[in-house]
Design a protein around this ligand. Structure first.
Ligand SMILES: [Zn+2]
Length: 283
C-alpha cells in the first residue's frame, strides 16, 4: 500500500521525491520491487524470479566474456522496398525505433568468447519494432552463421520476436528460408547451433531459425508459439489446453530440450558447447 502511494506520488503530487522508474511492478507476482534490485539480478524479479524483457546489449554482456565482443555489420539498416504505409510510413517507424532504442534494427550479431570458447552470437531485441524479422535481421543472422561456419565456430541465437515484419511483406518471409539454409550448411559442416528462446518468440522466427537448434533452450515461462490461440482454435475447431504456448508445456511435450533460468544460462551454454565441440581449445 505504501509503495502504491509512493508510486502514485511519482506520477502526480510530489514528483521530486520519487524519481521516475525507481520502482517496477512485477507482472507475475504483482509486487512492486526496486528497479535497481531487478537490474542487479539480470532483469529478474527478486520476489518470484520472473524474467523481465532483457535488452540485447545487456544479454551480450551477460553471456560474453569481458573484452572479447566484436560486433558484425552494426550499420546495416532497413530500406523501404514496398513504400509501405500503415498508421505511419515504414521509414518513420524505423526512425522512431532507432531513436528509442539506439539500435539500427532488431538484432545484434557478432563474435566473442563464452566461458573461453569462441562462437558466433545473434541476440534479438524486442524493443525494436517488436523484435520483428525483416531483411536486416535475416541478413545479419545469415552473415553471422556463414562466418561462423567458415571459422568453424558454434552458433548461438537468442530469440525474441513477434514474427516476420509485415512492412517488408514477402521479403520478410524470405528471411525464414535464408537463415534456415545457412543453418543447414552449418549443420552439414558438423558444427553446433544452440537456439535460446525468450519471452516472447512467435510466428516466422519460431517457424525458422528459432526452432532449428541442435539444442533448444528456453527461459522459464516464456510465450513460445506460431500464432495466437484464437486463430488456432478457429482453425482446428478444438479446445486448447491451458498454457500450451509456454516453455513449461513445450518442454513437457518434447519441443524443447531444457528450461534454464537466466542466471544459469551462461554456465549451461558453456557446458553444452564444450560437450558438442570436444576439440575446442580450453583457455
Ligand atoms: Zn515477481
Amino acid at each position: 500500500m505504501v509503495l502504491d502511494r509512493l508510486r502514485r506520488g511519482s506520477a502526480g503530487r510530489d514528483p521530486k521525491k520519487i524519481p521516475d522508474g525507481l520502482w517496477v511492478k512485477c507482472p507475475s507476482c504483482t509486487k512492486t520491487v526496486f528497479k535497481r534490485l531487478v537490474e542487479e539480478r539480470q532483469d529478474t524479479c527478486p520476489e518470484c524470479n520472473h524474467h523481465f524483457t532483457m535488452l540485447a546489449h545487456a544479454r551480450i554482456q551477460l553471456l560474453i566474456d569481458d573484452g572479447t565482443w566484436s560486433e558484425w555489420d552494426p550499420d546495416l539498416t532497413s530500406g523501404d522496398p514496398l513504400g509501405f504505409v500503415d498508421s505511419k510510413p515504414y521509414t518513420e517507424r524505423i526512425a522512431q525505433s532507432m531513436a528509442k532504442t539506439g539500435l539500427k534494427d532488431a538484432v545484434i550479431t557478432g563474435t566473442g568468447s563464452l566461458a573461453g570458447l569462441a562462437l558466433g552470437l545473434g541476440v534479438m531485441d524486442f524493443s525494436f519494432n517488436g523484435g520483428s524479422m525483416g531483411s536486416v535481421v535475416g541478413e545479419k543472422l545469415t552473415r553471422m552463421i556463414e562466418r561462423s561456419t567458415a571459422a568453424r565456430m558454434p552458433v548461438v541465437i537468442v530469440s525474441t520476436s513477434g514474427g516476420a515484419r509485415m512492412q517488408e511483406g514477402a521479403l520478410s518471409l524470405m528471411q525464414m528460408a535464408k537463415t534456415s539454409a545457412a543453418l543447414a550448411r552449418h549443420a552439414v559442416a558438423r558444427l553446433p547451433y544452440i537456439s535460446v528462446l525468450t519471452n516472447p518468440t512467435m510466428a516466422g522466427v519460431m517457424a525458422s531459425y528459432a526452432s532449428l537448434g541442435d539444442v533448444i533452450i528456453a527461459e522459464p515461462k516464456a510465450l513460445i508459439g506460431f500464432t495466437g490461440p484464437r486463430v488456432i482454435k478457429e482453425t482446428i475447431k478444438q479446445e486448447l489446453p491451458d498454457g500450451f504456448q509456454t516453455s513449461e508445456f513445450l518442454h513437457q511435450h518434447g519441443q524443447l530440450d531444457l528450461i534454464v533460468a537466466r542466471q544459469d544460462m551462461k554456465a549451461e551454454l558453456g557446458r553444452i558447447l564444450r560437450y558438442l565441440t570436444p576439440a575446442a581449445p580450453i583457455h
